[in-house]
Design a protein around this ligand. Structure first.
Ligand SMILES: [Zn+2]
Length: 207
C-alpha cells in the first residue's frame, strides 16, 4: 500500500533524526490540535519539543492535497524542509484522518469554530486530541471549575464554561452514531473540551 501523503512528506523531506524524534514526540503525546479550519484546510498544532520544555506552533496549510501542502514551524531548525515538530504534527494529523476524526469536508462552519468528529465521548478519545500536559491541567481545572450545561435534549448538549474571565461555548451533537463537537472557543479548547466531556459523562448525557 502506498504511504499516506502526509507521512510520505515526512519521509521525503525529513532527515533520519528528524523522523525518529518526530515519532518520539508523537508517541509521547506532546502535541495537540489548537485550531482547525475546514474552510481553507489549515491546521495549527502546538508541539512540545523532545529535548527542551519549549512549545512550537506548527501551521499546516492546504493539508487536503499533497500538491498544495505547506508547513511552517516556529523553531530555528533549517537543515531540512521538515523539522521534528512538523514531522510530529504530520504523524498526528494523519492519524486523525485515518480514524476519520477530522471533519474537513464540512465547509459551512464559521472559521472561529473547531469541529471534531468522534465515535465516542470517552477519555480515550479525548486523549487522542490533547497533549499529556493539557490532560493533566484539565484534571486540575476540573477540581475548581465546572461547565454549566444549558440544555441536553435530542442528542444535543449545549454548555458554557467560564474560565479566566471569558465565557466559552460548546456544542455536542450526535448524529447517526457520530458525535460532532462544535467548539466556539478562543483558547484552551482541549482543556475545556476535556472538562466538558467529564461533565457529560457524569450526567450521562449521551447514554
Ligand atoms: Zn520545528
Amino acid at each position: 500500500m502506498a504511504l499516506p501523503y502526509l507521512v510520505k512528506h515526512i519521509y521525503s523531506y525529513g532527515t533520519e533524526e528528524v523522523i525518529r524524534r518526530g515519532k518520539r514526540i508523537y508517541a509521547l503525546k506532546n502535541i495537540e490540535l489548537v485550531k482547525f479550519d475546514p474552510m481553507i484546510g489549515n491546521i495549527h498544532c502546538r508541539v512540545k519539543d523532545d529535548g527542551y520544555s519549549t512549545y512550537y506552533k506548527v501551521t499546516i496549510e492546504n493539508f487536503t492535497s499533497a500538491a498544495t501542502l505547506s508547513l511552517r514551524c516556529g523553531c530555528p531548525y533549517n537543515l531540512s524542509e521538515v523539522c521534528r515538530h512538523k514531522a510530529a504534527a504530520l504523524f498526528f494529523i494523519q492519524d486523525l484522518m485515518d480514524k476519520n476524526q477530522l471533519e474537513y469536508q464540512a465547509a459551512s462552519y464559521k472559521t472561529t469554530h473547531t469541529l471534531l468528529r468522534t465515535k465516542a465521548i470517552d477519555l480515550k478519545s479525548i486523549k487522542m486530541l490533547c497533549s499529556a500536559d493539557t490532560f493533566d491541567q484539565a484534571e486540575q481545572t476540573l477540581k475548581t471549575i465546572r461547565p454549566h450545561i444549558l440544555s441536553s435534549e435530542n442528542e444535543k448538549v449545549v454548555a458554557e464554561l467560564d474560565m479566566n474571565g471569558k465565557t466559552h461555548h460548546l456544542i455536542f451533537k450526535k448524529t447517526k452514531n457520530v458525535i460532532l463537537i462544535l467548539l466556539v472557543i478562543v483558547c484552551q479548547r482541549q482543556l475545556m473540551l476535556y472538562v466538558f466531556i467529564k461533565q457529560c459523562c457524569y450526567y450521562n448525557c449521551f447514554n
